[in-house]
Design a binder for this molecule. Structure first.
Ligand code: KG4
Ligand code: ZN
Length: 355
């Protein structure tokens, strides 16, 4: 009979299906990533210029078994070595969450393991810990993703207080919508980021939402309208699609537009985040979520933080975009406190209070 290896710490299997990535990961003690598998659905959704919820659910169903198997194999872990199965239960696309939570419940039941629900935004906010960095509590967390733009004051891994959020579009959402309008494909973030490198960020001065207000909330819908009006202003296109697609622009004009638009998104994120950190006297700022992969945001937030005497940390890009290692990481304190979920819990498309 094979001998069991000596105790390998608190091993948690995390599963993430809230949007268009099917992901599974094994993390030890909430800190060390033993495996992190992500099956991206970008190619499925790209022809539609955005995530199609029905297709996302179907793809999760196809991908879950191979992704979980790969995560366990890569980590060299057997189900009996695990302390718990952690699953994102809110917020996200309801169909996608239902597939993931139903699957996680079945695994936990079949393997006689406890089940832990994790909030997707909290997982992003705490993702810095799985990337070998240990910010001191309390810190300010900016989570900027395709569905959310939120500021949290994080006093412990279990206490995250929402102190600001977008009043309309999320930062990633406005980036994806403008990329679609410009015919740049989906997702928009990486392509806008790369076009902007060859453009002039001061070519067009776009509005920065809620700039003169002391609120810690964000607003990006005015920016979206301004970009569309700017592009359509100099052209006339007829027909029902006129408001949805921009006329073709030459290469330099495209790069300048991408850079000027990106600058407005980045400036809004930087200004509100630094202001909130100063108002709350928080010395450390952690920026995460898919938009935190943006190269310009990383440079400008770090520079503004340093001028304001704040330390700014970003997880590496692979832990900024959706992954399951952050889910397994965020679950560790819940497992230690034995905050397990019943098998009858329901996922929620909206933010649930607490975890
Ligand atoms: O966190 P995430 O992977 O999924 C959600 O929870 O929404 O974030 C996805 C968002 C998309 O809007 C995508 O365009 C954006 O992150 N994104 C970026 C970059 N890479 C991904 N935005 C700006 N610059 C990037 N390099
Ligand atoms: Zn996310």
């Amino acid at each position: 009979m094979a001998l069991r290896p000596p105790s390998r710490g608190l091993l948690i299997l995390g599963i993430e299906t809230s949007c268009d990535e099917t992901a599974a990961a094994v993390v030890r003690n909430g800190l060390t990533v033993l495996s992190s598998e992500v099956a991206s659905q970008v190619r499925t959704h790209a022809p539609y210029g955005g995530v199609v919820p029905e297709l996302a659910g179907r793809k999760h169903l196809e991908n879950l078994i191979p992704v979980v198997k790969a995560a366990l194999d890569e980590a060299g872990v057997e189900p009996r070595d695990l302390a718990a199965v952690a699953i994102t239960s809110s917020p996200g696309l309801l169909g996608a969450l239902l597939v993931g939570t139903t699957f996680a419940k079945s695994l936990a039941m079949g393997w006689s393991l406890p089940l832990v629900e994790v909030n997707h935004l909290h997982a992003h906010a705490l993702s810095i810990f799985i990337d070998r960095r240990r910010p001191r509590f309390p810190f300010l967390s900016l989570v900027a993703s395709g569905g959310h733009t939120s500021l949290f004051e994080v006093t412990s891994p279990l206490q995250l207080k929402l102190v600001g959020r977008t009043r309309d579009d999320a930062a990633g959402e406005v980036i994806d919508k403008i990329a679609k309008f410009l015919g740049l494909g989906y997702p928009g973030g990486p392509v806008i980021d790369s076009l902007a490198r060859n453009g002039d960020p001061e070519a067009v001065r776009f509005p920065r939402g809620l700039q003169r207000s002391r609120t810690s909330d964000f607003s990006f819908s005015g920016l979206k309208t301004a970009v569309v009006n700017h592009v359509l202003g100099s052209h006339t296109i007829d027909g029902p699609l006129a408001d949805h697609y921009a006329p073709p622009l030459d290469e330099q004009a495209r790069c300048d537009l991408a850079a000027s638009f990106q600058e407005a998104v980045v400036d809004s994120l930087v200004e509100k985040t630094i202001q909130a950190a100063c108002d709350r006297n928080l010395a450390t700022i952690v920026v995460s979520g898919g938009v935190a992969a943006n190269s310009r945001l990383r440079i400008k937030m770090t520079a503004a933080g340093s001028s304001a005497g704040r330390r700014v940390l970003f997880p590496s890009p692979r832990f900024c975009t959706d992954n399951a290692a952050m889910v397994a990481g965020a679950a560790a304190p819940l497992v230690r406190e034995k905050r397990f979920s019943s098998f009858s819990f329901r996922p929620s498309a909206r933010m649930k209070d607490g975890h």
